[in-house]
Design a protein. Sequence first.
Length: 402
Amino acid sequence: MTKALIFPFLVVFLPQLALATVNHGVMVLAPLFTAAAKLPPEAVGLIGGLGGLGSVWCFASNSVILPSLGPMRALIFGCLLASTAVLAFTFAQAWLIYLAAPLVGFGYAITAPAGSQLLARHTPKERWGTLFSLRMAAVPAGGAIAGIIGAGIAATYDWRLALVAILLPSLLCAGFLAVARHHLPDLPPKSRFRPLQIFNPALVISPFRVLRRIPGLGLMTMSSIGFAAVQGAVFTFLTTYLTHVIGLSILLAGGLYSSMQLASFAGRIGIGFLADWVGSTHLVLAILGFCSALAVVLLMLMSQAMPVALLFLMAMLVGVSIATWNGLFLAEVSRVGADHDVSEATAASTFFTFISYMLSPPLFGLVVLKAGYDVAFGLIGSVVLIAAIGLLLARRHSDLAK
């Protein structure tokens, strides 16, 4: 990677890493602060869903945020908003937890359109596959940091101190971006930022219009819904499942969560190179869909009696299977939207993706409450299988058309 690419890449990568640490850290520590707030374990699903709601809200508001603030200032805003929201969890009050969860999701979601716009503007198109995959590798890396540091501090000291620890990188990143924006010029703002505009209900219609306007965007968006359903449910419930059902300690559960994230970190980079080598994003994504379904089966087979080494191996296989599709998805969305507006295409597509992230955890939790984890895992496995089959059929149709 040349020096001309390193700086814009770091400007995108570091806030992605910091905000992923915050976002994942909330889920890792959710069993602890929900218990302190006297909430049932299934409330973790609602918290994950509210985080997804905040992300959907952000994507719907993109036409107000990005043109007014520009990508650099938007990233700073996201870092500060998510950090402030995490502090609310330390009070262990149910109403504050439910209020703060969507704000964390909102702050985290800004990285998608803002980061894509920066990479599309400051890096060559022929390097997008690698750069977007490397950028999205920051998400599992942040999850690994959250699992190691968050769970470690919570187990050794206190969960409140762990929450403070996971928000510090985001505050530091906001300071870095404040300096960096003077060296990586933004586009001039198209309008003045009016915060109340993000509450305009008419903004919800915008992603539907963009999806219809940009050819090829619909297929990638619909397939991402299946992948997001599995990833959202597993990421949200893994530590709760491992501690409450399998009977593992929070420290071991956090370690397994971290190993899953580290495996997906390496996997995202490798999958990006694999897709370029194969020459078909659709085919690689379809294979990942089938792998995601098998990963759900692995989770169902986990047992407290298993050797710890085997549990870590299974967690890593799950990570590679369910959480390596994201970079390919965003690179393809940027390619499809290159002749339009990359940030608009990214926001519109991820609007629907995050609806899946938003609905998957609470629906998964509801099924767990009524029918148990086996049925819930079976349902999300079926959803991602449908996405995989859809991609294969679409690829076959495209080949026949040629």
